[in-house]
Design a protein around this ligand. Structure first.
Ligand code: SAH
Ligand code: SF4
Ligand code: F3S
Length: 491
């Protein structure tokens, strides 16, 4: 069925295009935050290009300047307001159209502040109204009346709008929006709404198109990818014991005729992984972020059976203390997390892990922190994204009185960092002699005679090879270790 809202926006795209004809207009997008925001920016870039704008790297040159914001941690606000203050002159001098969107625009106090202190912003778009950029832009071009387009109910999933991707070999594909988990420290569920999954046929169709256009690598995106379709399934009483996959590669490659069958069948994350595996041309599949509580056996088996899913799994720990995990509403204990790691290692022997950790959650004692260090030692992650706890107004944890003093937070952060760095050096040594299947990404930043790639675990490999290899997936043997990168040769 044609999505009426999309049809309407496609019409607005044509109208704006007419207004912009032969004006040689430019746009610049600043993206903050996570890969979901990056993917949203790609969608907005796609719409802007269809409306006659071309990209520029120089924001001062842009006729339309768009900020896609994040509010997951504190410092983002100052950063944004600093930037807006700075571009006010641009607005005055050349009438640059200023658009702000993203997660921060779902926070009422931020929108209030913009209305009061930065009234010259042309368009404020919430996370549920992104697709309305063409309509809002058309209106601002015609009436100059400022637009505040924010919805506090969950946006629908819209398909069929354009996209302009940042890379021509690897692509991100959002598979679900929103989050239902309400980890007590986290603002995301408040600014992104409840979980809504895209239909499998729409996701697969997008990836088949990517493969046809030469893409080799896809990253499936969502705040909680392994609860893909869970809300929809719960409403329909889906039987999770049904893990058998009743579609074939022929069905997937013949998707135009098999949409209903595919949507009927591919209703779990494990099945989605198996279906993406069937797409010829796609050689590497990644996904972020899964939640440990939803890392069910069918997902482990789908990864085990896959030749394409990368062998580093991002498994956000947040804390190693069972008590803090309970306060965080993570719904697993330290022991359950470690058991899950062991179970995955048993099924997938060459697996590696990366993680996210928050230091200094309210009430975190030295013993709690020691538990975090203990898990880090045991799992021996390839990569750890470390964050100092940051109070987010409106979340449950913000109300806890027992906040950890700043010096202690920083001191713990440094201790964790030291441990991670020492493991990192040790881990690098283990790569020497190994053969990795990698995508050659391009020239090295520091040496234009060398090319770069990344291991599954996201470590940079420098390879001396001919530039005709760029964009190819090849086997590379690691020959030496240099702390921040590895060296390899094509075999
Ligand atoms: N949905 C993903 C990640 C969301 S945000 C997941 O659950 O893994 C990315 C990371 O930011 C989180 O994993 C967490 O480690 C960190 N984070 C979120 N809220 C935070 C806060 N209030 N303070 C510090 N770090 C936070
Ligand atoms: Fe935030 Fe937790 Fe949802 Fe991740 S799973 S987005 S940390 S509430
Ligand atoms: Fe930030 Fe929104 Fe992503 S708050 S981390 S950009 S979902």
């Amino acid at each position: 069925m044609q999505d009426r809202e999309v049809v309407k926006q496609l019409e607005y795209i044509e109208k704006v295009k007419k207004l912009n004809i032969e004006k040689n207009l430019k746009y610049h997008i600043v993206t903050m935050g996570c890969q979901l925001n990056e993917n949203d920016s790609e969608k907005m870039a796609g719409m802007l290009e269809r409306m006659g704008y071309t990209a520029t790297n120089n924001y001062k040159e842009a006729n339309l300047l768009l900020y896609n914001t994040c509010c997951v941690r504190e410092n983002a606000e100052e950063k944004l307001f600093g930037k807006i203050g700075e571009v006010k002159r641009l607005k005055e001098e050349k009438g640059t159209i200023l658009v702000i969107t993203g997660c921060m625009m779902q926070e009422a106090h931020i929108v209030e502040k913009i209305k009061k202190s930065y009234p010259f912003i042309d368009i404020i778009l919430g996370t549920h109204t992104l697709h309305k950029l063409p309509e809002d832009l058309y209106n601002i071009l015609n009436t100059k009346k400022k637009i505040r387009d924010i919805l506090n109910i969950d946006g629908k999933v819209h398909e069929g709008l354009p996209i302009k991707r940042n890379n021509n070999k690897k692509a991100s594909v959002t598979i679900m929006y929103g989050c239902n988990n309400f980890c007590t420290y986290c603002i995301v569920p408040y600014v992104r709404g409840r979980e809504r999954s895209r239909k499998a046929s729409d996701i697969l169709l997008e990836i088949i198109e990517l493969a046809k256009n030469g893409y080799k690598e896809v990253t499936l995106l969502g705040q909680n990818v392994n609860s893909y379709m869970r809300s929809e399934n719960e409403r329909e009483g889906y039987d999770y014991k049904n893990t058998e996959m009743n579609i074939t590669k022929e069905d997937v490659m013949n998707i135009d005729n098999e949409k209903d069958k595919i949507d009927e069948e591919v209703k779990t994350f494990a099945k989605l992984l198996r279906a993406v595996e069937m797409i010829d041309g796609i050689e590497i599949i990644r996904f972020v972020s899964p939640h440990p509580k939803d890392f069910t056996d069918d997902v482990i088996e789908a990864i085990r059976d896959s030749k394409k899913v990368n062998r580093i799994l991002h498994l956000p720990l947040q804390s190693g203390s069972t008590e803090i995990l309970r306060e965080m509403n993570r719904r697993y204990t330290k022991e359950q997390y470690l058991e899950l790691v062991d179970k995955i290692k048993a099924e997938i022997p060459d697996v590696l892990f990366s993680t996210d950790i928050i230091v200094g959650f309210p009430g975190e004692s030295e013993q709690d922190f020691q538990d975090t260090l203990d898990v880090v030692r045991k799992v021996n992650y390839e990569q750890v994204f470390m964050f100092i706890y940051s109070i987010r107004e409106g979340t449950k944890a913000a109300l806890i009185e027992d906040q950890v003093p700043d010096e202690i937070k920083h001191e713990r952060f440094n201790r964790l960092k030291n441990l991670v760095e020492s493991q990192f050096e040790e881990n690098n040594k283990k790569y020497i002699g190994k053969i990795e299947k990698v995508l050659i990404e391009g020239y090295s930043k520091n040496n234009d005679k060398a090319l770069t790639a990344r291991t599954d675990s996201n470590k940079v490999i420098i390879i001396e090879a001919d530039n005709s290899m760029i964009g190819k997936v090849v086997d590379v043997k690691i020959i030496s270790e240099h702390k921040w990168y590895l060296k390899g040769v094509i075999v």
